[in-house]
Design a protein around this ligand. Structure first.
Ligand SMILES: *[C@@H]1O[C@H](CO)[C@@H](O)[C@H](O)[C@H]1NC(C)=O
Ligand SMILES: *[C@@H]1O[C@H](CO)[C@@H](O)[C@H](O)[C@H]1NC(C)=O
Ligand SMILES: *[C@@H]1O[C@H](CO)[C@@H](O)[C@H](O)[C@H]1NC(C)=O
Length: 142
């Protein structure tokens, strides 16, 4: 019974139906699906999610230059009808202008102080389990 309740609560938590501190109060050690866990930043899924995140950021920004991920500080993954990735990353402005063909590999970071710019971002990227459809669902950059 305890296990069933634990799983149910983690499912509710996974869908954001109850806040995490609510889970903490009810279940001492949340286990099973739905609990975000740390994942190596070199993981292929994290790499995929990072690409989606930076495309999403560039799509939404008004900057004339493209930004590129400089460093991923931390990555987490959560099972939510697929996988939800949480990325904590530094992104920096590159020398590549938007609207022109580019390859991130050849877009170096701006080094000239008036043009160099950095943000620390928290991205959420979700990939549905039933189709390989990646979506950035949230971003918060400062
Ligand atoms: C992440 O994976 C790399 C190799 O893919 C390994 O060298 C590194 O130690 C791992 N880092 C952590 C924190 O597990
Ligand atoms: C990463 O993306 C590639 C290309 O879309 C896909 O083939 C691969 O399965 C993905 N890997 C993971 C772990 O998500
Ligand atoms: C870019 O943003 C527009 C509107 O903000 C959205 O409709 C479109 O799907 C986005 N494209 C990509 C590739 O993220």
């Amino acid at each position: 019974m305890g296990t069933v309740l634990g799983v149910l609560l983690s499912v509710l938590f996974a869908f954001g139906l109850i806040p995490s501190d609510g889970v903490g109060r009810t279940v001492k050690t949340p286990v099973g699906p739905g609990v975000p866990r740390d994942i190596n930043t070199t993981d292929l899924g994290v790499q995929n999610a990072t690409l989606i995140a930076i495309y999403g950021f560039n799509n939404q920004s008004n900057d004339i230059f493209l930004f590129k991920v400089h460093r991923i500080h931390k990555a987490q993954v959560q099972v939510v009808a697929g996988l939800k990735y949480f990325l904590y990353a530094d992104i920096r402005r590159t020398v590549c202008r938007k609207g022109k063909p580019y390859n991130f590999k050849y877009c170096s970071f701006q080094t000239y102080p008036p043009l160099s710019k950095r943000f620390t971002c928290h991205f959420k990227v979700w990939v549905a389990s039933w189709k390989q459809s990646w979506k950035m669902i949230d971003l918060n950059c400062q």
